[in-house]
Design a protein around this ligand. Structure first.
Ligand SMILES: NC(=O)c1ccc[n+]([C@@H]2O[C@H](COP(=O)([O-])OP(=O)(O)OC[C@H]3O[C@@H](n4cnc5c(N)ncnc54)[C@H](O)[C@@H]3O)[C@@H](O)[C@H]2O)c1
Length: 268
């Protein structure tokens, strides 16, 4: 079943990682995908990869934190493809530092890309959707860091927590125009950028996975499946929600169970 035939989907930060998987998944189901990444080389490579796989994609480089460039990206998309049906706000930057060591500029950039960015792209895409007569889907890529503090992730957590309420307010304001706005919060996902992180040593990974009921890291496709559902007609009556896709991480902490429960879990 190809759910997105004749639809145009913008995916920000689709040059790599989770966004790239989301872009591939939309293209495989018939959408014409706009790869909107700040890294021109990554964006062009992603669009070429999608076309080589039989899909349709264009690269329109943008910086989601820069309103003029966002406006230009939306205008280029409309000039080339004529419409926008779906927006996925996925672009992200992470700096791992304690708040007492975090520079003001590093704080500002994370907030600008991960919170101001989704505001700017949603604003300009929604204006087009409304002018066209309404209808559309916006999906924001959040994180479990929206609901759980993470040491050395202060700006990241704050931006993702802010994104939750941005999602809810956008959902309320855009509902009259049949534009649904939801967020997906991934747990730890196996992408090249994560593998490069200093803190993703084997020891860290083993300890982390002890807290994941389903016992493995997520794959980018695990996130793409939820994003495509929320962008599909099947999700027409869902808006303003945050969906955790985390292997069960946020269900509870194994390390905080009573001894009795823990031993039961391991069958002793
Ligand atoms: N990987 C994980 O474990 C994980 C977990 C939870 C949430 N997330 C979220 O998923 C999203 C994607 O993360 P990822 O791991 O795939 O990262 P990634 O670094 O692999 O990809 C991010 C992409 O965003 C692009 N980008 C950065 N700044 C941009 C800007 N200003 N404008 C446009 N594009 C920009 C980068 O060039 C890159 O291609 C992020 O929002 C991240 O917070 C990731």
């Amino acid at each position: 079943m190809r759910r997105f035939e004749k639809k145009v989907a913008i995916v920000t930060g689709a040059g790599n990682g989770i966004g790239l998987a989301i872009a591939h998944a939309f293209a495989a189901e018939g959408a014409h995908v706009v790869v909107a990444d700040i890294n021109e080389a990554s964006g062009a490579r992603a669009a070429a990869e999608i076309e080589a796989a039989g899909g349709r994609a264009i690269s329109v480089p943008t910086d989601v934190a820069d309103e003029d460039r966002v406006r230009a990206m939306v205008e280029t998309t409309l000039a080339q493809l004529g419409r926008i049906d779906i927006l996925v706000n996925n672009a992200g930057v992470v700096v791992h530092k304690l708040l007492i060591d975090l520079d003001r500029s590093e704080w500002d950039r994370q907030l600008a890309v991960q919170l101001t960015g989704p505001f700017l792209t949603s604003k300009h895409v929604a204006r087009h959707m409304i002018a066209r007569g309404g209808g559309g889907k916006i999906v924001n890529i959040s994180s479990v860091s929206a609901v759980m503090g993470r040491v050395k992730g202060g700006a990241h957590c704050a931006s993702k927590a802010g994104l939750t309420l941005l999602t809810k307010v956008l959902a309320m304001e855009l509902a009259p125009y049949r534009i649904n706005v939801n967020a997906v919060a991934p747990g730890l996902i196996d992408v090249p950028a994560q593998r490069d992180e200093q803190n993703l040593s084997e020891a860290y990974k083993t300890r982390y996975l002890q807290e994941v009921p389903l016992g493995r890291m997520g794959q980018p496709s695990d996130i793409a499946h939820m994003v495509l559902f929320l962008a599909s007609d099947d999700a027409d009556w869902i808006t303003g929600q945050l969906y955790l896709v985390d292997g069960g991480l946020m269900a509870g902490h194994y390390s905080f169970q009573g001894v009795h429960d823990f031993t039961m879990l391991h069958g002793h």
